[in-house]
Design a protein around this ligand. Structure first.
Ligand code: DX5
Ligand code: ZN
Length: 233
């Protein structure tokens, strides 16, 4: 099985394959432990944990305590996606809870460069997320300071929304920006991804596919995982 270590996610290579990060927003919150195990058995490489604060986005979900609980159920890479104001207030809590990646939104990080430094100092990999309407130039000067860029392909807050097609060009543009600097940083794409649109997302340069509905809602999760990653049925 891939990604059993905490070494980070290698940039996908051959044939536009990608890693699958299972978004537990679509899992059963009353049975998270067993759903995380089901995700792992079906072929997920990472577990994507959506942390919402009721301020940056309307809903409130879960926090570091839930990450700690999930940690004891799985050795998969845990990516905490913080949809919160002042994400810098929570860095140590998520490190202590066992998160491998901490992904913060550029829109809520007044001092993004410093926040990324602090995430690394806390022993986690650094992720930066951008809303669909946020231009790529806001990350131009921190391109070398992150381990992952997460491009939102829906407006954050809810699972099961429709993919915003304009994000395909944004993925390709970010891949070009990174390439010009000799960087092979992971690009993760989050929201509205289905088996039907996953190939275009991978071809544009995404190396991590975040999927909630299309994975946990699938009749055959194993098959869904393989197809979302670019493998065979
Ligand atoms: C939305 C979250 C996503 C969400 C994706 O704000 O960041 O991770 O769970 O769900 P689907 O795959 O259902 O669009
Ligand atoms: Zn997310």
């Amino acid at each position: 099985m891939n990604c059993k270590t905490k070494e980070g996610v290698k940039t996908a290579t051959m044939g536009n394959m990608a890693k699958l990060s299972a978004s537990i927003l679509s899992a059963d919150y009353a049975a998270l432990g067993s759903d995380v195990r089901r995700a792992e058995e079906a072929g997920a490489d990472m577990i994507h944990i959506d942390v919402m604060d009721g301020s940056f986005v309307p809903p409130i979900t879960i926090g570091a305590q839930a990450v700690k609980a999930i940690r004891s159920y799985s050795r998969l890479i845990l990516d905490a996606h913080l949809m919160t104001v002042h994400p810098e207030k929570h860095i140590e809590d998520f490190a202590d809870a066992g998160a491998d990646y901490l992904t913060v939104h550029a829109e809520t990080s007044a001092h993004l460069h410093r926040t990324l430094q602090r995430i690394r100092e806390a022993g986690m990999k650094r992720g930066v997320a951008l809303n669909p309407a946020t231009p790529l130039y806001v990350i131009e000067h921190v391109l070398g300071e992150a381990d992952l860029f997460l491009l939102m392909s829906v407006n954050p807050g809810y699972g099961g929304q429709e993919f915003i097609p304009a994000v395909i060009d944004k993925i390709a543009a970010l891949r070009t920006m990174l390439g010009k600097r000799g960087l092979e940083t992971d690009i993760s794409v989050d929201g509205g991804i289905t088996i039907a649109n996953a190939a275009a997302i991978r071809e544009a340069g995404a190396t991590i596919i975040v999927a909630g509905t299309a994975f946990f809602g699938a009749e055959d999760m194993k098959k869904a995982a393989s197809l979302l990653k670019g493998g065979e049925e």
